[in-house]
Ligand binder design. Structure first.
Ligand code: ATP
Length: 234
């Protein structure tokens, strides 16, 4: 048996009768950053939802530390230490930055230590602890969402399109922050920005039409690979 932290094997996932994932297999080892790339609509978010059991696969398996997640409720999956930073940057807009971070720390953990970690990682948040999350810029909200994932004490963080809709300068800040998060936890990262994905990741999987079409080491060479570029621009 594999000793991967996460192992998805031949997952088939549907929305109603639409067959979206047609046998996705991938693995993530402890400490790795793995990027899931591919153009719009190929099933990247659905793969994350499949892991979280938000949309359970009809066939195939999802194992975390060797244990089957298929059939478990999403909150049980979360309790195993799998965190999710969705594309929509879920933060509590009526709560302050500090409150958002504090409530993301698992109960029993030291909320002030969580704040220290978050503010140390994201100086832009440390400058505005008492600002309502809803009045932050898009980039700051993304950082807050990542900070909440970071203090959640997760062993695996699923991060969906962290750079989407952000200005290039802010993307660089988010990338730096993710790099720091990666030194603390294992990441599975959905990212359409290929240079960013290759910069952050150790390995990548390229999805197309609900299947993994290729995978390998994340290097800058991948960014210039003709075949991969064709898949991404199609
Ligand atoms: N709730 C849903 N009900 C029905 N079809 C859905 C649903 N969510 C997604 N889909 C469809 O499933 C397919 C895969 O979507 P998914 O969001 O996984 O793609 P993606 O690779 O993450 O792309 P994007 O970057 O656009 O989010 C798409 O064709 C999409 O239209």
């Amino acid at each position: 048996m594999s000793d991967a932290l996460l192992e998805v094997a031949d997952a088939h996932t549907y929305y109603g009768e639409s067959h979206i994932l047609e046998g996705v297999s991938l693995s993530v080892d402890e400490g790795e950053v793995v990027a899931l790339i591919g153009r719009n609509g190929v099933g990247k978010t659905t793969t994350l939802r499949t892991i979280l059991q938000l949309t359970a696969p009809r066939e195939g398996s999802v194992r975390f530390r060797g244990e089957e997640l298929v059939g478990e409720a999403t909150n049980a999956v979360a309790r195993r230490g799998i965190g999710w930073i969705p594309e929509e940057r879920r933060v509590f807009s009526q709560l302050t930055v500090a409150e958002n971070v504090r409530i993301a720390a698992p109960s029993g953990n030291d909320a002030e230590a969580a704040l220290d970690l978050a503010f140390d990682t994201f100086p832009a948040l440390a400058e505005r602890p008492n600002v309502k999350a809803g009045s932050l810029s898009g980039g700051q909200q993304q950082m807050l969402a990542i900070a909440r994932g970071l203090v959640g004490d997760n062993d695996l963080l699923l991060v969906d399109e962290p750079s989407e809709g952000l200005a290039p300068q802010i993307v660089a800040d988010v990338a730096r922050a993710l790099q720091r998060v990666a030194s603390e936890t294992t990441l599975l990262l959905v990212e359409q920005n290929l240079p960013l994905a290759m910069d952050l990741a150790d390995r990548f999987y390229l999805l197309d039409n609900g299947r993994v079409v290729t995978d390998g080491e994340a290097t800058t060479g991948v960014t210039d690979d003709e075949e991969i570029r064709r898949y991404l621009s199609a």
